[in-house]
Design a protein around this ligand. Structure first.
Ligand SMILES: Cc1cc2nc3c(=O)[nH]c(=O)nc-3n(C[C@H](O)[C@H](O)[C@H](O)COP(=O)(O)O)c2cc1C
Length: 431
């Protein structure tokens, strides 16, 4: 049977407790590391493992850690991004629920590697039960001397603080998260400076996704080569694919990076519900471009998806059966991003609203001949013209849904050109 690293804990009773985690070998790696490994060696191991960030952008974790300035006298911080707000994404919740101390051990290793003594877990406001679990288990670890001053009897101090967000998608973007953590409104910052140089409170900061950090103990315990060999050429290891939508067995599947999408849908998630045909698949959370049934032989790694102008993002796979209304699906996605746009950048703030209104009009049977081209134009005007990539998160779906399913959109334009009398007004509005 294929290797499982994190998900083997999902089926173990009380796996979130210290005792059960330790019964399965937990906390041995950090103790050995504190005694035998220098921080630079930990970074080197993670670098060689080809662990890529699993929060969305896929940046190599070890490389990011190596950017922390060695000569800075400022405190360094580790932030674990548990905002998990991208529609279709629910893997981090499983990790927090079932691999709680595995996540803490990953935090200990990562914080030690970058020289941080303070870690913040930034968790979305809606994850109330998960936040409570984290706080309770941090306290349990503190009582045993696994956190606090001189962890595990070493000279290394570390503490973890759980910070709850207020339910804003934008606060998952790392610089908006930093602002929010500092008590300000979650407006993304211009980069550079990147957080590794100037992050929270103006100090060097590493922001990593929950899942990225959760894989670190296995890498240090079993070695970079072992982990790298589990995945594909430039992306090591396994990752958790969250599969939802019209499938027989929705859930979280831990599989090698690079597993073909077809295999994920048909072998692991049990195929399309009620034996229906496939209409489309979102491969990596709602911000990724959509795929047609002809494209599902793609390997699920960042590079293979980029080759077909898609993205792996958070690996949240959303399956749509043959009866899905693609125009409505795009409307729902666009409405989400319009609602979650922080409003800081005009193209995103205004463009998402315009696109939503046009799509709503099409759904209501009042589509106009120029609507499709205007949606495309709006997407082009947002793309790359905003401080953070939330704008791209709506522009990419807009472009791909329309390009790949143009006929579905055309069908929403009444043949008699209803609404044509209003064409002039609409063009003026959009120009
Ligand atoms: C609008 C937006 C929302 C994001 N939301 C999340 C999120 O909920 N969780 C997450 O880990 N990364 C999220 N990201 C990516 C983070 O900015 C950042 O790249 C990530 O936390 C880095 O961790 P990693 O390198 O381990 O993937 C988001 C990015 C954008 C642009």
């Amino acid at each position: 049977m294929a290797e499982k690293i994190i998900s083997k804990f999902f089926d173990i009773r009380d796996s979130h407790t210290i005792d059960v985690y330790m019964k399965h070998g937990g906390y041995k790696t950090i103790q050995k590391t504190l005694k035998k490994m220098k921080p630079a060696a930990v970074i080197d191991e993670v670098l060689k493992s080809n662990l890529r960030g699993l929060g969305g952008a896929g940046f190599p974790a070890g490389r990011k850690w190596s950017f922390i300035p060695k000569d800075s006298s400022k405190p360094k911080y580790l932030i674990v991004n548990a905002d998990e707000s991208e529609p279709g994404t629910f893997k981090d919740r499983y990790i927090i629920d079932h691999f709680t101390h595995g996540l803490f051990e990953g935090i200990m290793l990562a914080a030690y590697a970058i020289g941080a003594h303070q870690c913040f877990i930034y968790i979305r406001g809606e994850y109330v039960r998960q936040a409570e679990r984290l706080v309770k288990e941090i306290e349990a670890a503190r009582k045993r001397g696994f956190l606090g001053e001189g962890i595990f009897g070493s000279k290394y101090d570390l503490d973890i603080v759980v910070h709850r967000g207020a339910g804003a998608y934008i606060c998952g973007e790392e610089t908006a998260l930093l602002e929010s953590l500092e008590g300000k409104k979650g407006f993304p910052r211009m980069k550079p400076p990147f957080p590794a140089i100037e992050g929270v409170f103006g100090c060097p900061t590493i922001v990593n996704n929950v899942e990225t950090i959760a894989y670190v103990p296995a890498i240090i315990e079993r070695g970079a080569k072992w982990f790298a060999d589990l995945g594909c050429e430039r992306s090591g290891g396994l990752r958790l694919f969250g599969v939802s939508g019209h499938v027989n067995k929705p859930g979280v599947y831990e599989l090698p990076v690079g597993t073909p999408l077809r295999e994920i849908i048909y072998n692991h998630a049990g195929g399309v519900l009620n034996g229906k045909g496939l209409k489309a698949v979102i491969p990596g959370g709602s911000s990724s471009p959509i795929l047609t049934p002809d494209e599902i032989d793609v390997n699920m790694d960042c590079d293979s998806l980029a080759e077909i102008d898609a993205m792996l993002g958070s690996a949240g796979v959303i399956v749509m059966d043959e009866d899905t209304d693609i125009v409505r699906a795009l409307y729902v996605v666009t409405r989400f991003y319009r609602h979650e746009s922080c409003g800081q950048c005009t193209p995103c703030r205004e463009g998402t609203g315009w696109a939503e209104r046009i799509l709503k009009r099409m759904l209501d049977g009042h589509g106009r001949p120029e609507d499709i081209d205007n949606l495309f134009r709006i997407a082009g005007n947002i793309m790359g013209n905003t401080i953070c990539p939330l704008g791209d998160a709506v522009a990419l779906p807009l472009k791909s849904y329309i390009t790949k399913f143009r006929e579905d959109f055309e069908k929403r334009i009444p043949v008699d050109g209803a609404g044509a009398s209003k064409q002039r007004d609409s063009l003026m509005l959009l120009n």
